[in-house]
Ligand binder design. Structure first.
Ligand SMILES: Cc1cc2nc3c(=O)[nH]c(=O)nc-3n(C[C@H](O)[C@H](O)[C@H](O)COP(=O)(O)OP(=O)(O)OC[C@H]3O[C@@H](n4cnc5c(N)ncnc54)[C@H](O)[C@@H]3O)c2cc1C
Length: 416
């Protein structure tokens, strides 16, 4: 089969890239891997976030992150082998520590803010123009702190950071928080309201985007790419049981891009920062908006059908490692300390997914080999849902040869 572009990866970055390229007149096929549930896009927290993306420990320095990771039951953890390997000079943790300098952080946030704003408008525009069924909620989000000490330490830093970047944020008292979200238990010390955050149900959005692409005539094949070969007249891609030939290949396979590049003898320092999702059976209560339970770093949201969704954790591990069920139990127990929910919130689905993370906190979007036929678009870590549409636009700029000043920030050459 001959096409213009093969997009490898069926998460939001791959699907938006296919959508954008199709709209520009390219013949596109998506080789999406082993199924929609595998990628981070399927089970994430669902926030198109409009606020600072750096966490407070990162702002306060590397050793604070290390102390957090060493704490029992912490939301940050690592497979010991991965921690050891990646702490060596040149490893991911080693590079990450060096990227936490104030000036780097300011530069990164400025770049991401621009992308996040545009990402939100592009999401809303696509939802409306394609009639996507995503359970859209345009009511902002609420970050709630139960510990007074943590509120005093973090809330002001986060709010100042967000205001510096031009986002709208509002610091709230505990009373204000409970007025905004009556399901919060007594004892909330305070919170932050992000009025411009938008929520969508990610698994629904993913399915709906796939259906929209299929309606437009773009094939989304749930098959894994096994081999890629660059020749003089194009790229040969083996996926499932067939061979695809294309002018360009876009590697948008999230945390798996590292493995694919390795087979091409190329390397970027990409790591999987794994996060967990627990879905409860439907409850009688209705959340007003997504709640970020700051003390435990858990995002609590609710589907249109009434199921509660809990997402949390940042676990450095192989993207194919099995799910750690104890994390699901721990997370569910913690949520019950924050919300007044009747019944026993029985968990009906559990999931783990891999955020594709690069040590300097910026994605890679660009060409990776001499012939310029293979592009990468990954590394969005905690922000891939928010940034997928803008990433797709940048990929289109590269393929159509448009000069875009922003692209220099995302060049894979910074690691090669
Ligand atoms: C718990 C959690 C909460 C999050 N919350 C948010 C949030 O609120 N807001 C936000 O903006 N971001 C959030 N994120 C981050 C976001 O989910 C990711 O950044 C984003 O989904 C990455 O999208 P992607 O398309 O690059 O990769 P993925 O969604 O991981 O997709 C990768 C795709 O590649 C496929 N693949 C793998 N290998 C192959 C192969 N060999 N051949 C073909 N296909 C292959 C996989 O099957 C998959 O379809 C969260 C992530 C997690 C885990």
């Amino acid at each position: 089969m001959n096409v213009d572009v093969v997009v490898v990866g069926g998460g939001f970055v791959g699907l938006f890239t296919a959508y954008r390229l199709h709209k520009s007149g390219f013949r596109v096929v998506v080789a999406g891997g082993d199924g929609p549930r595998l990628g981070a896009s399927w089970g994430n927290a669902g926030l198109i976030h409009q606020g600072s993306t750096t966490t407070v420990p990162e702002i306060l320095g590397f050793w604070r992150v290390v102390r957090l990771a060493l704490r029992r039951g912490s939301y940050i953890s690592s497979n010991p082998k991965v921690a050891l390997k990646e702490s060596l000079p040149g490893g991911w943790i080693w590079r990450y520590a060096r990227s936490l300098r104030r000036e780097q952080h300011i530069r990164r946030e400025a770049v991401l803010t621009e992308l996040a704003r545009e990402g939100k408008s592009m999401w809303l525009e696509t939802i409306r123009s394609e009639g996507l069924d995503v359970e859209l909620l345009e009511r902002g989000s609420l970050e709630a702190f139960f510990s007074e000490e943590l509120f005093n330490l973090e809330a002001r830093v986060v709010a100042d950071e967000a205001s510096r970047l031009g986002y709208r944020v509002q610091l709230l008292s505990g009373e204000d928080c409970r007025e905004m979200e009556p399901l919060l238990k007594e004892g909330v010390a305070g919170g932050i309201h992000y009025p411009d955050d938008v929520w969508l149900n990610p698994s629904k959005a993913l399915e709906s985007l796939v259906s929209a692409l299929e309606r437009l005539g773009v094939e989304v094949a749930w098959e894994r790419v096994k081999a890629i070969e660059v020749g003089g007249d194009g790229v040969r891609v083996e996926a499932g049981g067939r061979v695809l030939r294309a002018e360009h290949v876009v590697l948008a396979a999230g945390a798996w891009v590292g493995k694919i590049l390795k087979s091409l003898r190329l390397k970027i320092p990409l790591i999987a920062g794994r996060g967990y999702l627990a879905v409860s059976e439907p409850v009688n209560e209705r959340l007003s908006r997504p709640i970020f339970y700051a003390d435990e770093k858990i995002v609590i949201s609710q589907t249109a059908g009434g199921n509660l969704r809990f997402t949390s954790y940042f676990e450095l591990n192989d993207p194919d490692a099995p799910l750690d069920h104890s994390k699901i139990i721990q997370m569910t127990r913690k949520v019950r300390n924050a919300l007044n929910i009747s019944g026993d919130t029985r968990i009906v689905d559990e999931w783990v997914g891999s955020r594709p993370c690069l040590p300097d906190g910026l994605p890679v979007i660009g060409r990776v080999e001499a012939a310029g036929r293979i592009l990468v678009a990954t590394g969005h870590c905690r922000l891939g849902l928010t940034l997928a549409p803008t990433t797709a636009k940048l990929v289109e700029d590269i393929i159509t040869g448009r000069e875009t000043p922003n692209l220099r920030h995302f060049s894979p050459a910074r690691f090669m």
